[in-house]
Each structure stands twice: as C-alpha cells, then as structure tokens.
Design a protein around this ligand. Structure first.
Ligand code: UT7
Length: 338
C-alpha cells in the first residue's frame, strides 16, 4: 500500500525516548554463551544493549518516552492529544492492549488508545495510522509511541538472538499541519508477507498453540540469514517507492534512519540505494535491536547529538517479523527532544 498525503498532514511536533537502566555489554554475554565480542561487533555492529528490570515494562518505558515527547512538544494536560497509538509486540498483557494504561498514566484519560502490532515495522505503521487519524479529522494531535521489551521473548540460551535484541521506547507527537511544512510525514509505503511468518516468530502462547510442553516454543526463533536478505531487499525497494512518490532523488536524502536490526543491513540497504555511508544514522552500537522502538530511539539520539539538523531531508525505513516493512519521509523540523 502506498499513500500520498492529502490536504492535511501529520507534522512532527515533539520527540522523546526512554531506555532501561541496566546495560548488558557483549562481555557479559560472552561469559555465559558460546560467542565472542568480536563476532557480535563485526556481524551485527552491537556493543551493548539495555535490558528491562523491575518497573521497566513496555508500559513503563512507553510512559517515560511519551512524557518526554509531550514535554518536547510543549503540551500538558488531559487534552494534550486526542489519541495514543502504541506500536508494540510485547504488550504488558496478552489482553488487553497496553495503550489505554499508557494514556491513563500520562493523564490522558478518555482519549482513544490502542496497540498496533507490526513488530519492528510498527513505528512506521503507527505513524501512518496516527497521520490517518489526523488527515481524517478524527484527531488534532496524536501521541505515537514505539515500545518493546524483546528481552522477555529471547531464549537466554540462544546465541543467535540474545546478542541482538534490547529493550526501549521512543515517541513522537503528531499535530495537524500542511504537507509541505517541515516535519510533515509522507508519503507512506507499507507492505506485508504473512507466508514468511515463520522466519521470525514465537510459535506458542497465542490462540493456535496455547501451551506448548516445549518451553522453546514460547521463545523467539529467528532464521537470521533469510531475514537479513529480505530486510535489505525490502527496505531498499520500499525506500525507492516513497522517494519516487515524493519526487525526491536519492541525492536529496541527507539522513537514512533505517530499522536498527544489524549495522550490515543498514549499510547494505544504503549501498543498494546509492546513499553515502555517512547518511546512515545508527545507534545500534549502544541499544541493539529494540524492535518498534528502534526508529524513534535513533531519531531522538541523532537529534540530540546534532546528526539530524533542522532542514535535513530524512528517509525512514523499517522491516520486521510478519513479515512487514514500510517507509516514509520528512524534512527535519526545528525540534528539541524532551
Ligand atoms: O528486527 C528485524 C529482524 N531481525 C533482523 O533483521 C536480523 C537479521 N539477521 C541478522 O542480523 C544476521 O543474520 C545475524 C546477526 C542474526 C547472523 O549473522 P549471519 O552473518 O547471518 O550469520 P549466520 O547465521 O550465517 O551464521 C554464521 C556462523 C555460523 O557458524 P557456521 O555454520 O558458519 O560454522 C553460526 O553458527 O556464525 C555462527 N554464529 C555465531 N557465532 C558466534 C551464529 N550466531 C553466533 C554467535 N556467536 N552469536
């Protein structure tokens, strides 16, 4: 699915992030699994990631990131936004959704609030959904949060997933605006391919296989090489689609903020697109793969350290389990992370 922004666009008005306190570095992992710091760094680009502890569930992290995004937008009070869209595949409970709890804890009681599960592509899907609420006149402002705690899904004995995943949350405030103003998101390009769900999934615990006797069925299983190949191809394809819709040339892109799954995926996608390596925004070294939180965390970090400057033309592209993938664009606005 591809969309061109209609008359009313969703404009980035605030940005915030939150990470758990506990840092898990490669050396701690190598002390208990058959791997090495060198393998993890060279094959993934990751040196450390954050792991949630008590008081740092998906809802807790989402609340902290959301609070910072609201402060960054200069908004307070129960009418700060009309809706909360939480992109996550690790909600606090299987049922209900976590977004209403996030909204209540932010003092936004009564607003529309729902979860959206497109796994690592969730934030881009949620931007499109929040933008749709604004374009349709349903909401004037929307808080879009990407939050995940994948360390709750990884098998502590699995050296193929433990080094990769970390926990975190990032959030943006969207406000109604015009498609040609700085910060306006769009067009969007969103896709899925459910036949390949088994490449990256947790088999049991849902309605189909409720309780498997094998505890490994309740953990995340990833066919890494196949996922890697699809991620590079799909993010490049989707990026080209939004560039074409927007009438941007590859050379117009100042910064490429892709899903932080593996530094080699980001570099390979950039190369396929013909983007210079210094256009790639990466914070994966410090946070690992944080699933739906990955792009907003990278945006918040890059904005805070000056990698993203007002006026930069920014390409966002995500890929995740499902399979799902999608891309969007914006000109970076004058925003200070909360
Ligand atoms: O969030 C969205 C989805 N996730 C992703 O996009 C992740 C995509 N996949 C990847 O990032 C990469 O496939 C991995 C980092 C997971 C794996 O890297 P790879 O270059 O694809 O390695 P591989 O799976 O082909 O394994 C190469 C070798 C194998 O050994 P042999 O068969 O060549 O002897 C593995 O057993 O590396 C071995 N290996 C490891 N060695 C040390 C696999 N994991 C490890 C490890 N430490 N942690």
């Amino acid at each position: 699915m591809s969309t061109q922004a209609p008359g009313r666009a969703a404009v980035l008005a605030g940005l915030g992030a939150s990470l758990p306190v506990k840092v898990l570095d490669n050396h701690e992992i190598t002390s208990r699994l058959d791997t090495s710091d060198e393998w993890i760094r060279t094959r993934t680009g990751i040196a450390e990631r954050r792991v949630s502890g008590p008081g740092e569930s998906t809802v807790d992290l989402a609340v902290a990131a959301g609070r910072r995004a609201l402060a960054s937008a200069g908004l307070a009070g129960s009418e700060a936004v009309d809706a909360v869209v939480l992109a996550t595949s690790t909600a606090d409970q299987l049922c209900p959704a976590s977004a209403p709890q996030v909204a209540s804890r932010l003092g936004l009681d009564g607003v529309a609030a729902f979860d959206l599960n497109a796994v690592c592509s969730g934030f881009v899907y949620a931007l499109a959904t929040g933008g749709g609420l604004i374009a349709g006149g349903v909401a004037r402002r929307v808080l879009v949060i990407g939050a995940d705690t994948f360390t709750s899904l990884v098998d502590p004995e699995d050296r193929t997933t433990v080094p990769i995943f970390g926990d975190g949350a990032g959030a943006v405030v969207l406000r109604a605006g015009l498609p040609d103003e700085p910060g306006a998101f769009g067009p969007f390009d969103l896709h899925s391919e459910g036949e390949l769900a088994e490449l990256l999934w947790v088999e049991a615990g849902g309605s189909k296989h409720r309780n498997s006797a094998d505890p490994r069925d309740h953990y995340l299983v990833m066919q890494g090489t196949a996922v890697f190949r699809h991620a590079c191809a799909r993010m490049a394809e989707s990026s080209r689609a939004v560039l074409e819709q927007a009438g941007w040339m590859v050379g117009d892109v100042d910064r490429f903020v892709g899903h932080q799954a593996n530094i080699r995926i980001l570099q390979s996608t950039a190369k396929q697109l013909g983007l210079p390596v210094d256009a790639v925004v990466a914070n994966i070294q410090r946070v690992g793969n944080t699933s739906a939180a990955s792009i907003p965390l990278a945006l918040a970090d890059a904005c805070a350290d000056g990698t993203l400057e007002s006026g930069h033309r920014v390409l966002l592209s995500a890929f995740g389990a499902g399979l799902t993938w999608g891309s969007t664009l914006l000109r970076w606005p004058d925003v200070v992370p909360g």
